[in-house]
Design a binder for this molecule. Sequence first.
Ligand code: NI
Length: 165
Amino acid sequence: MAIRIVREDGDEILRKKSREVEVVDEKIKQILDDMVETLHHYNGVGLAGPQIGLLKRLVVIDLYDDKGPIKLVNPVIIKEKGEQEVEEGCLSFPNQFAKIVRPMEVTIEALNEDGKKIKIKGEGLLAQAISHEIDHLNGILFVDKIIPGTLEYVTPEDQKKGKNK
Ligand code: NI
């Protein structure tokens, strides 16, 4: 396991579209483990492949609840329902938070770390995190969706309490 360097605002890899993973092998498992370790190191809620410099459709999410870290390979949104206005940040934008609109409910299909097909339905914060991370795989960043006038810059002290994704 290793903590990976998180690419930040201005790194053009964040704007590129990630490719599907063809085989979920040991190497992919290792990357997913590293992503979880990196996520936890930065107290984040979610992390996507491009954020560690890999254009692979890989996502990890952890809401620090009993579901534990969720590892997703090639996640695809198959259903979205409703809307929620949420406060959001991103590990690639360490000082910025803003309000944006996300779906209230998201259903996805993906492969797990064993290459098995899974289906997950997320509501509220989980729906927000899934939507945010899948955007990353398509080169879309939360700053593209900011509700005008809601962008805030916070200090590192504030960040420690924050919800970085
Ligand atoms: Ni993010």
